[in-house]
Design a protein around this ligand. Structure first.
Ligand code: HEC
Ligand code: HEC
Ligand code: HEC
Length: 423
C-alpha cells in the first residue's frame, strides 16, 4: 500500500468508530484531511514513545511491536503481545473502540488484560491523544511474529480473575489538572501519571497489587531493584537540581549518576525521545517547581568536577583504589566516556543501600543510547568481594562521596544478597 492510501484507510477507520465512541457529536468527528491525518500519525508516534510502548512490546531480537517480552507474575510467565498493524498476529483489525478499551481499560477482545500492561495509568490519556495513538498504530509496519503462549498455570481462567481485579483494584481515575499550578507543571503531571506511567514502578503497591495513590512515587521494589523515591521532597533532600534531573531524564546520565536496568529501558525507548518542553514539564512536576519552559542545556555532563575529601584510614579505601578508581576516578570524579562520577551519585547517596549492593553484585551490562553516548560495562563483583569487603566498600563510598555517614554492616549486605539470589 502506498502511504497516502494507508493514511486514508486509517482516516476512514477512525471516523467510522470515533463517531460511535464519542458520547455527543464532537468537532473531532469531522473528517480529518489527509494533511491533518499525517500530523495525527506523527503525534501518535511521539506519544507512543512517551508511553514507552516499544519498551514492552519490542524485544531485542524481535520485530518492532512484535511483542514477546516476558513478565514474571505470581501465576507464571506472561508475554506482551504483538501490537503492530498486522491483521493476523497484531491489532490491525481492532476498531478504535477496541483499541481504547484495551489501552485505557485493560479489556481486549480476548478478555481482561493482565495489569503488566499499564492501563491503570493509561486511563488518564485524553481523547485526542488516544486518537493519535490509534492513527499511528494502524499504520505501523506489520510484524509477522506470532504471539507466545502464556506460561500461566492458573487453575481457572485467569482473565475472569482479572475482571474481579479490575472491579476492586483499578481506580479508573482520569486526569485532573491542578488549577493553582502552571500549564508546564500540569503537562508534567499528565505525562508522569498517564503515558509515562512512572508510578507503575515508583509507587508502592498494596496487598491487592494496586498502586497506593496516597504514597505516589515514594519508591518500590521492582524486579529485584529499588525504583527510588522520586517525590519532590526526596529529590530535593538528595540535592537533585532542575538541571541535573532534566539532564538525567533526557540523556540517561547526569552528575547524579546514570540510569540502569529497568530505568535504562525507560530512558532508551521513551524519555530520550521527548522534546525539551516535555522534559522541562516532567522535571517541573517532579520537583514541584515552576520554571519557565526555557531551553535546558542537555549536553551530558559526564563527570562531577568537584574532587572529594576521602578518609584513607577507612577499610574500604584500599578496595576502592584497587578495583574502582581506574574507571570512576581516584576522587570519584568519573572519567568521560568510561564511567560516571560517584561523588554526589544518587544511588550511593540513597540511605537505602539496596541498589548499590545490586550494582556491585551484578554489574551493569554495556548500555548505549546512540553512537555518541555509551559507557563501558560495569563489572560484577559477586565472586571477587566477600560480604565484609562489600560492607566496608559501601561505608567508604557513602562517607566519601555522599552525605550518608552510616556504617554498613555485613548482615545488611548478606540480607540483600539473599534477596538478589532469589531472582
Ligand atoms: C510495562 C509494559 C507495557 C507497556 C509500557 C505497554 N504495554 Fe501493552 N501490553 C503489555 C502486556 C504484558 C500485554 C499483554 C497482557 C495480557 O495478555 O494480559 C499488553 C497488551 C496490550 C494490548 C492488547 C493486545 C491484544 O493482544 O489484544 C494492546 C492494544 C497494547 N498492549 C497496547 C499498548 C500501547 C499502545 C502501549 C503504549 C501506549 C503499551 N501497550 C505499552 C505490556 C505493556
Ligand atoms: C570497567 C570500568 C568500571 C569499574 C572497574 C567499576 N565501575 Fe562502576 N560503573 C561503571 C560504569 C560504566 C557505570 C555506569 C553504567 C551505565 O549506567 O551504563 C558504573 C556504575 C556504577 C554504579 C551505579 C551508579 C550510577 O549512577 O550508574 C556504582 C554504585 C558503581 N559503578 C560503583 C563501582 C564500584 C564501587 C566499583 C569498584 C568495586 C566500580 N564501580 C568499578 C564502570 C566501572
Ligand atoms: C519499569 C520500571 C520503571 C519505570 C516505568 C520508571 N522507572 Fe524510574 N527508575 C526505575 C529503577 C529500577 C530505578 C533505579 C535505577 C537507576 O537509578 O537508574 C529508577 C530510577 C529513577 C530515577 C533516579 C532516582 C535516584 O534517586 O537515583 C529517576 C529520577 C527516575 N527513575 C524517574 C522516572 C520517571 C520520571 C519515570 C516516568 C517517566 C520513571 N522513572 C519510570 C524504574 C522505573
Amino acid at each position: 500500500m502506498k502511504p497516502s492510501v494507508k493514511i486514508s484507510a486509517v482516516c476512514g477507520l477512525l471516523l467510522s468508530t470515533s463517531a460511535a465512541y464519542a458520547q455527543a457529536p464532537s468537532p473531532s468527528a469531522q473528517a480529518p484531511s489527509l494533511e491533518n491525518m499525517a500530523q495525527l500519525i506523527a503525534q501518535g508516534k511521539y506519544l507512543a514513545a512517551a508511553g514507552d510502548c516499544s519498551g514492552c512490546h519490542t524485544i531485542e531480537s524481535g520485530q518492532v511491536y512484535g511483542g514477546g517480552r516476558a513478565f514474571a507474575t505470581p501465576f507464571g510467565t506472561l508475554y506482551s503481545t504483538n501490537i503492530s498493524s498486522d491483521k493476523q498476529h497484531g491489532i490491525g483489525k481492532y476498531s478504535y473502540q477496541q483499541f481504547v478499551d484495551a489501552v485505557r481499560n485493560g479489556v481486549a477482545p480476548k478478555g481482561n488484560l493482565y495489569p503488566a500492561m499499564p492501563y491503570a495509568s493509561y486511563h488518564r490519556i485524553n481523547d485526542h491523544d488516544m486518537q493519535a495513538l490509534y492513527a499511528y498504530f494502524m499504520q505501523t509496519k506489520p510484524a509477522t511474529q506470532p504471539n507466545r503462549e502464556n506460561g500461566i498455570g492458573f487453575p481457572f481462567n485467569i482473565r475472569m480473575g482479572l475482571k474481579v481485579w479490575n472491579l476492586v483494584a483499578f481506580d479508573k481515575a482520569t486526569f485532573r489538572p491542578s488549577a493553582d499550578k502552571s500549564p508546564l507543571w500540569n503537562r508534567g503531571k499528565y505525562l508522569v501519571q498517564g503515558l509515562g506511567h512512572c508510578g507503575e514502578c515508583h509507587t508502592p503497591r498494596n496487598f491487592m497489587m494496586a498502586t497506593e495513590q496516597d504514597h505516589a512515587l515514594e519508591g518500590a521494589v521492582v524486579n529485584y531493584l529499588n525504583a527510588p523515591n522520586i517525590t519532590a521532597k526526596h529529590l530535593t533532600q538528595t540535592h537533585w537540581t532542575f538541571h541535573d534531573l532534566a539532564q538525567f531524564l533526557k540523556t540517561g546520565q547526569s552528575s547524579k549518576g546514570t540510569a540502569f536496568d529497568d530505568m535504562y529501558i525507560v530512558e532508551k525507548h521513551s524519555l530520550t525521545h521527548l522534546n525539551d518542553h516535555d522534559i522541562a514539564a516532567i522535571t517541573s512536576y517532579l520537583l514541584d517547581q515552576s520554571q519557565p519552559s526555557q531551553h535546558v542545556e542537555l549536553q551530558p555532563t559526564l563527570t562531577s568536577l568537584a574532587a572529594s575529601q576521602f578518609d584513607t584510614t577507612l577499610p574500604g579505601y584500599g578496595t576502592y583504589m584497587n578495583k574502582c578508581s581506574g574507571c570512576h576516578g581516584q576522587s570519584g570524579q568519573g572519567i568521560p566516556n568510561v564511567a560516571p562520577a560517584l561523588k554526589d551519585n544518587a544511588t550511593i547517596g540513597n540511605s537505602n543501600i539496596f541498589n548499590t549492593v545490586a550494582v556491585l553484585n551484578n554489574g551493569i551490562k554495556r548500555q548505549s543510547y546512540s553512537q555518541e553516548q555509551s559507557y563501558y560495562a560495569m563489572p560484577a563483583y559477586k565472586d571477587s568481594l566477600d560480604n565484609q569487603q562489600m560492607a566496608d566498600l559501601i561505608t567508604y563510598l557513602q562517607k566519601s562521596f555522599s552525605t550518608q555517614m552510616t556504617t554498613t554492616t555485613v548482615k545488611q549486605v548478606a540480607d540483600i544478597k539473599k534477596q538478589l539470589a532469589n531472582d
